[in-house]
Write a protein that binds this ligand. Structure first.
Ligand code: 5GP
Length: 153
C-alpha cells in the first residue's frame, strides 16, 4: 500500500495534462476521468482541480487552474502550493473542505446521469492506509454498471 506523501501525485500530472486521461466531466473546480484500473464497467474518479482551492490563502490568489506555469513567475504561489499539498495528505481533511466535497458529490450525480447509471451506482472514498488509499489527492470513486455487493469487503 502507498504511504501518505507530501509530494505531487499522479493526479497532478493528469490535471496539468502531463499524462493523458479519459476525461468525462470538467468544470471550474472539478475534473473527472476514467479509472485506469476499473473495478466496475463504469469507474470514474472525481477530483478537485486544485489541491486546496477553497482555503482563504488560495482565494487571495483566485482559483489557480494548477500549479504548473506559475512556479517560475510567483515563488509565493509555489510556496503556497507546497503548503496545500501537506493539507491534502488524506482524502478527508478539514472543515474547510466541506464545500469541495459537496461539489464532488454533486458532480458524481451529474456524471452518473451522463453515464446512464439509471439503476444506481456507488460512491467510495478510500481514506488512509486502512482504507486502501493509494493516491493522496482528494478524490471520490463513482462505480456502476453492475450489481455492487455489500459489505464491500
Ligand atoms: P485510491 O486507492 O487512492 O482511492 O484510488 C486511486 C485510484 O487511482 C485507483 O483506483 C487507481 O486505479 C487510479 N489510478 C492510479 N493511477 C492512475 C492513472 O495514472 N490514471 C488513471 N486514470 N487512474 C489512475
Amino acid at each position: 500500500a502507498a504511504v501518505p506523501s507530501d509530494g505531487p501525485t499522479i493526479f497532478d500530472k493528469i490535471i496539468n495534462q502531463e499524462i493523458p486521461a479519459k476525461v468525462v466531466f470538467e468544470d471550474d473546480k472539478v475534473l473527472a476521468f476514467r479509472d485506469i484500473n476499473p473495478q466496475a464497467p463504469i469507474h470514474i474518479l472525481i477530483i478537485p482541480k486544485v489541491r486546496d482551492g477553497l482555503t482563504g490563502l488560495s482565494k487571495v490568489y483566485g482559483v489557480l487552474p494548477n500549479h504548473a506555469g506559475i512556479v517560475g513567475a510567483f515563488t509565493a504561489c509555489a510556496f503556497l502550493g507546497a503548503l496545500d499539498q501537506r493539507r491534502w495528505m488524506h482524502a478527508y481533511a478539514e472543515e474547510r473542505h466541506t464545500e469541495i466535497l459537496g461539489q464532488l458529490l454533486y458532480a458524481a450525480k451529474l456524471i452518473a446521469k451522463q453515464e446512464g447509471l439509471d439503476d444506481g451506482f456507488r460512491i467510495v472514498i478510500n481514506d488512509g492506509p486502512n482504507g486502501c488509499q493509494s493516491v493522496y489527492h482528494l478524490h471520490i470513486h463513482l462505480l456502476g454498471g453492475r450489481q455492487m455487493n455489500w459489505p464491500p469487503g
